[in-house]
Design a protein around this ligand. Structure first.
Ligand SMILES: *[C@@H]1O[C@H](CO)[C@@H](O)[C@H](O)[C@H]1NC(C)=O
Ligand SMILES: *[C@@H]1O[C@H](CO)[C@@H](O)[C@H](O)[C@H]1NC(C)=O
Length: 340
């Protein structure tokens, strides 16, 4: 009986140990949330236009991926590391030309915040001639193709890289350099920079009419700057004619009306004066003619005397003292008739 109880106790102990061992095994610090995270996807490496005696490389993570550290390798040896403040989609490296041969293969990788490295990019053999590609041109948009003289206009210079440019520049192109997108900067001529800003949105004015373009600059830790090729040109026309939206120019209108009223007054005054003069002249002429007539009539008085006397005696009445007014010209007509 005692042996039997001891046996049961031993079995219970065994179960407990096994159970305890199982618990210990379960508390092992290995991750319990499935397989480890995969490495970030493979970046791409391209060589850009050289700056002076520096060769320039751009290492970019694929779309939507970012890294805090980017590393450039030459012939499988670490050449340079770029560490960003916040995660970026790529990094630009420069390498001294004399450290590069055409046989030296370059590649890059990037690491996220956990320092989990991506796989290496494919190898790139450096081009020592100038056949490398420039930074791709930005796209320039203006809020309008027309602007009233003296007014402001907005421009949006958007860079095609996911990397943040250090600086954007708005330029006015000379008439001879109205090229397409991608024109080198030296075609734009001196004094062409209208505005520079770390922000790609420009609000500028007053503007001259013409062609506008923009570019962006990427800065490097070595104090070097890489300038993109220029954007396509945007035509801006400055309107000089006031349109109906502009406020009415009251001083001009009042001045014009005053001038018109003055002119009318002068014309009316002149014509009144001329009319008065003409009337005076006509009256004077009539007076002179009347005077001349009377003097003629008086001069002929003795000549016509006889016929009038004859007529008077013929009609008997009215007599010369009848008080009725007789038009002398009527008499004259009679006189003429009597003479003819
Ligand atoms: C690359 O490195 C190997 C040794 O790891 C060396 O033999 C070779 O010459 C190097 N090539 C170039 C182009 O530097
Ligand atoms: C500027 O252009 C970019 C690209 O077209 C666009 O995403 C952005 O919203 C624009 N910004 C403004 C202020 O119009």
């Amino acid at each position: 009986m005692v042996f039997y109880e001891h046996h049961i106790f031993m079995i219970l102990l065994l179960i407990t140990c096994t159970y305890s061992f199982g618990m210990a095994d379960g508390s092992d610090p290995r991750p319990v949330s499935g397989p480890p995270a995969p490495p970030p996807p493979v970046p791409s490496l391209t060589q850009l236009l050289s700056v002076g005696d520096r060769l320039v490389f751009l290492c970019e993570a694929p779309d939507g991926h970012h890294g805090l550290f980017f590393e450039l390798f030459g012939n499988k040896t670490l050449v340079d590391t770029v560490q960003h403040q916040t995660e970026e989609c790529g990094a630009i490296f420069t390498v001294n030309r004399k450290d590069v041969t055409q046989e030296k293969p370059f590649c890059c990788l990037y690491m996220d915040a956990r320092r989990m490295p991506s796989a290496f990019s494919t190898y790139v053999y450096a081009k020592l001639d100038e056949e490398a590609s420039p930074l791709p041109p930005p796209v320039l948009e203006s809020s309008s193709s027309e602007v009233q003289r003296g007014q402001m206009l907005s421009f949006n210079c958007s860079a095609p890289l996911c990397l943040r440019p250090k600086l954007f520049q708005l330029l006015r192109r000379s008439a001879g350099s109205a090229g397409s997108a991608g024109s080198p900067l030296d075609l734009l001529g001196p004094g062409a920079v209208v505005s520079s800003s770390p922000d790609p949105i420009f609000r500028v004015g007053p503007l001259d009419g013409g062609l506008y373009s923009c570019l962006y600059q990427m800065s490097l830790p070595t104090d070097l700057r890489i300038i993109s090729s220029a954007s396509q040109a945007v035509q801006v026309t400055v309107l000089h004619e006031p349109n109906t939206d502009e406020p009415t120019d009251w001083p001009f209108i009042v001045g014009a009306l005053t001038a018109a009223v003055l002119f009318l007054a002068v014309v009316v005054g002149l014509s009144l004066a001329v009319h008065k003069k003409v009337r005076e002249v006509a009256q004077e002429k009539k007076r002179r003619e009347d005077a001349k007539f009377w003097s003629t009539v008086h001069a002929r008085d003795h000549v016509v005397d006889l016929p009038i006397t004859r007529l008077s005696s013929f009609f008997k009445d009215p007599g010369p003292d009848s008080g009725e007014y007789a038009d002398p010209r009527t008499l004259s007509t009679f006189a003429n008739l009597s003479y003819s």
